[in-house]
Design a binder for this molecule. Structure first.
Ligand SMILES: [Zn+2]
Length: 55
C-alpha cells in the first residue's frame, strides 16, 4: 500500500491521509483536531491489518 504525504489522526480516532491536515473531521465535525501520526505507527497498523487478512 502506498500513499503520498502524511497521516493525520483526529481526536476521535478518524484517520486521513494527505500532505496537510484536513480542516474538518468528516466523522465528528471538529475543526483543526488532527495531529500528525508518526509513520512507524501507520506502518505497524497496516502490517497488522495485512496479517489479519491473510490468516
Ligand atoms: Zn474526528
Amino acid at each position: 500500500m502506498s500513499y503520498t504525504g502524511y497521516s493525520w489522526e483526529c481526536e476521535c480516532g478518524h484517520i486521513e491521509y494527505g500532505e496537510n491536515p484536513p480542516e474538518e473531521c468528516k466523522k465528528c465535525g471538529k475543526i483543526n483536531s488532527f495531529a500528525k501520526l508518526p509513520e512507524e505507527i501507520v506502518d505497524e497498523r497496516e502490517k497488522n491489518e495485512w496479517e489479519e487478512l491473510n490468516k
